[in-house]
Design a protein around this ligand. Structure first.
Ligand SMILES: Nc1ncnc2c1ncn2[C@@H]1O[C@H](COP(=O)(O)OP(=O)(O)OP(=O)(O)O)[C@@H](O)[C@H]1O
Ligand SMILES: Cc1cn([C@H]2C[C@H](O)[C@@H](COP(=O)(O)O)O2)c(=O)[nH]c1=O
Length: 207
């Protein structure tokens, strides 16, 4: 089962994912936490730095993301899927649409079609954290990692948030069980409760 946490930088993906993982562990589930640009991957943190460095050239960024995605799928997602494990993942296909799909050179439709062509898994549930730019920026700055914000700027993140919202609403109209839209401007406890409720519902865990 693949559960993905999505949203702009600083919306709280990692913090909420860790709390959902702890919740599941308390219910006897042993979830696997992963991300394509996590330090546990063989390319380490360097590839994420390359991606941020390449910011502004979506086709180059897309090449990096697509290659990393195929490798991560082969090494991590597919084996976990075969073992029937619950996978909690920080960012996936919606992030590619939101971050690389902002220009006519690389339409969101093409990114989605190529995800299918590459035979990548689709999430069973996407936890979409909706966070306003100024709040996300404050959190990232307080955390001491404002590089992506400085590099990409407010317009980029506003457009990314619009693409995330648009994808979420399409998913809501197609299969509402696969998407949880959560107001991530709220405090961490409230946001976590929303995510936990969505995961409980998906997995048939009683509250
Ligand atoms: N709802 C919240 N209220 C207050 N603080 C929060 C909330 N969610 C996350 N934070 C804090 O904001 C900071 C950024 O959160 P986090 O690293 O989880 O975001 P992220 O979406 O994973 O960011 P990035 O995409 O840049 O890795 C952290 O210090 C985290 O503890
Ligand atoms: C999956 C994915 C990621 N990115 C970018 C977004 C961020 O700048 C970094 C990931 O860092 P984080 O700490 O996990 O937020 O990579 C991207 O541009 N496109 C993608 O598909």
């Amino acid at each position: 089962m693949l559960i993905v946490f999505e949203g702009i930088d600083g919306c709280g993906k990692s913090a909420v994912m860790e709390r959902v993982s702890a919740h599941l562990a308390g219910r006897g589930v042993d979830p696997l936490m992963t991300s394509e640009f996590g330090p546990h991957m063989p390319w380490g943190p360097g590839l994420k730095a390359d991606l941020i460095e390449a910011a502004g050239n979506p086709l180059d960024e897309y090449d990096v993301v697509r290659t990393a995605r195929r490798f991560h799928a082969y090494e991590v997602l597919e084996p976990a899927h075969e073992l029937g494990r619950v996978v909690l993942m920080d960012r996936y296909i919606a992030s590619t649409c939101a971050y690389q799909g902002q220009t006519d050179a690389l339409p969101v439709r093409r990114i989605l079609d190529e995800h299918d062509q590459d035979e990548m898994l689709w999430p069973d549930l996407t936890i979409q954290l909706q966070c306003s730019y100024h709040i996300a920026k404050k959190r990232v700055t307080a955390r001491g990692k404002g590089d992506a914000f400085e590099k990409r700027g407010a317009d980029f993140f506003t457009q990314a948030a619009e693409i995330f919202d648009c994808l979420a609403h399409v998913q809501l109209s197609r299969d509402a069980r696969r998407i949880a839209l959560i107001d991530a401007d709220q405090d961490l406890e409230t946001v976590t409760a929303g995510a936990v409720a969505a995961v409980n519902k998906l997995m048939g865990i009683s509250a």
